[in-house]
Design a protein around this ligand. Structure first.
Ligand code: ADP
Length: 533
């Protein structure tokens, strides 16, 4: 399918721009999506861990409250006579109680144990933490457990207490001072299975560790939970045991996604660059072809006009004298030769570009072949004011070559040396023998070729800047054909040129005596080099 507007530069640039913009947008969105998804997974993990820690805290609280309710049933405030027996039973039961105080909200002394000199210190210490007058008794709910948790200089005080009423309607406070070690062992029992997966610690508000080992607060997976009503001066802190792996995993995942996104972007940009280069090359080729058609038409027009003009003069008998007639006939002959060379070039070129095989190798002597061709060319060159020199090494051996192809290549080189010679009209042709090779060099002292163009001039349709500037006509296929001829013989063509000083084109082919000793030059272009066609 042919889409004509696709060849326009703005369309290509807009398409490439759109692809770049959408790629960048896609990369941006996918990165954000990936990071967002990871954050969500992370948040879910953190939240489920927070919930878990909260569950453990709730369970510990529930255990303490259950314990309190049992205690509440064990003391009957209406039977003061049995209090010693009841309190003894509480202490003996495995209910974590150190001491029981039964208090009146109005009194400074306990109802039980009765105040005496022996309990003076113990009572003093208790009162220092639990002072009835500091309590807002009005707000206490009857028969419901309440708790007092506080720091002491060397340890912690924890008590459960109940507001009760005697039958006579007198308020009484029953206070159970809990054993610190018993609380620690309760924590230990309740937290053990959590410790399989987490580092667990209980700290106070100053971050003093009460239970477990200090945990890293720096981790993103660190979380803490407060005991709401019982051990409310303490905080449970938890960090997953594998938190470093979790963090590393998230980091790695993020890095992998980023690398993947960058890599795909690079691949897309790389492909775009390739598309752009191919498109540009294609466009250049199209432009070159357009020029080529124009150039070829010009090339054909000039000799055709000359032939028409001189033949008309001869046909109408307007030419005076035999010598003039001979000269005009020679012009017609030369121009028709020129045209036929150009047409041959074109035919060869079109054959070669379609991949048609072009070899008729036979045993030839390059020295003789070149000398004959130069002689045939000499008249035309000298008429144009050129001095032609020929040098052929004496020991040129025979080789396998396609004589018409080599002659065509030589004529192309000679044509160029004349076309691009400017004022210094000297051309030299040299056939020399190298190490297993024969060289055919065409040397001129003409315009020369800029260094930047010396590689490109062998490309099909390429015409140098100098040729267009000086208005020299041409089609841009002569050197491309010459290079093909060189490669067809297993050789190569090269140029040495200085702008303003002239050029040396050297066609070098290997000496071959039989088809089998051909080596790489078996008559086809070298692999990997024929792609210019
Ligand atoms: P054409 O001569 O028809 O333009 P060619 O393929 O023969 O095409 O040559 C390609 C280009 O190489 C020419 O346009 C010219 O710029 C440059 N060139 C070739 N031979 C010479 C030379 N002897 N001196 C200077 N420039 C040359």
């Amino acid at each position: 399918m042919r889409i004509p507007f696709i060849h326009h530069s703005p369309v290509i640039f807009i398409a490439i721009g759109l692809i770049v913009v959408s790629t960048v947008a896609l990369a941006f969105v996918s990165y954000h999506y990936t990071v967002g998804r990871e954050n969500l997974a992370e948040t879910t993990l953190v939240q489920s861990n927070i919930k878990l820690a909260q569950q453990y805290v709730d369970r510990i609280e529930q255990r303490i409250v259950d314990n309190d309710l049992i205690l509440n049933d064990m003391i009957d405030v209406n039977e003061p006579g049995r209090w010693p027996e009841m309190v003894a039973a509480v202490k003996e039961a495995d209910l974590n109680v150190d001491q029981v105080y039964i208090l009146s909200p109005e009194s400074n002394y306990p109802l039980f144990p009765p105040y005496s000199h022996e309990i003076r210190n113990q009572w003093g210490a208790f009162r220092a933490s639990f002072n009835v007058h500091d309590l807002d008794v009005e707000r206490l709910i009857l028969d419901q457990p309440h708790h007092l948790h506080m720091e002491r200089p060397n340890n912690y005080f924890f008590a459960s207490y109940f507001l009760k009423e005697t039958r006579a309607g007198k308020p009484v406070l029953v206070c159970y001072q809990m054993n610190f070690d018993a609380i620690l062992s309760l924590l230990d029992r309740r937290l053990r299975d959590l410790e399989d997966r987490f580092y667990v610690s209980i700290v106070d508000f100053e971050n003093n560790v009460i239970y477990g080992q200090p945990v890293s607060r720096a981790s993103k997976y660190f979380f803490e939970a407060r005991f709401p009503t019982t051990l409310y001066k303490w905080i449970l802190q938890v960090v997953p045991r594998n938190y470093t792996e979790l963090e590393r995993g998230v980091k790695n995942q993020r890095r992998t996604s980023l690398v993947f996104i960058i890599l795909s972007m690079l691949l897309i940009f790389f492909s775009l660059a390739i598309i752009y280069v191919v498109w540009r090359h294609d466009r250049q080729l199209r432009q070159l072809k357009e020029h080529f058609i124009g150039n070829v038409s010009h090339e054909l027009k000039t000799p055709l006009s000359l032939i028409r003009m001189f033949s008309e003069m001869l046909v109408t008998g307007r030419v005076q004298g035999e010598s003039k007639r001979v000269e005009y006939t020679r012009v017609i002959h030369n121009e028709s030769e020129r045209m036929s060379r150009l047409i041959n070039n074109l035919l060869d070129f079109s054959g070669l570009s379609r991949g048609v095989e072009q070899k008729h190798l036979e045993r030839v002597n390059l020295g003789t072949l070149v000398a004959n061709a130069v002689e045939a060319y000499r008249y035309e060159a000298e008429k144009a004011g050129f001095r032609m020199a020929l040098h052929v090494d004496p020991d040129i051996p025979d080789t396998l070559a396609d004589p018409s192809a080599v002659t065509m290549a030589l004529f192309n080189l000679l044509d160029n040396s004349i076309k691009y010679s400017g004022d210094r009209k000297e051309v030299e042709v040299r056939v020399t023998r190298g190490d297993g090779t024969l060289s055919l060099a065409v040397i001129d002292k003409g315009l020369g070729i800029p260094h930047a163009e010396q590689e490109k001039i062998f490309d099909q349709f390429y015409r140098g800047s100098g040729s267009s500037v000086s208005g020299v006509r041409g089609s841009g296929i002569g050197l491309a054909i010459t290079r093909y001829v060189a490669r067809m013989h297993g050789g190569e063509i090269s140029v040495k040129s200085e702008p303003g000083a002239g050029s040396v084109f050297t066609l070098e082919i290997p000496i071959r005596t039989a088809p089998e000793d051909s080596g790489p030059g078996d008559g086809s272009p070298r692999p990997g080099r024929a792609e210019n066609w």
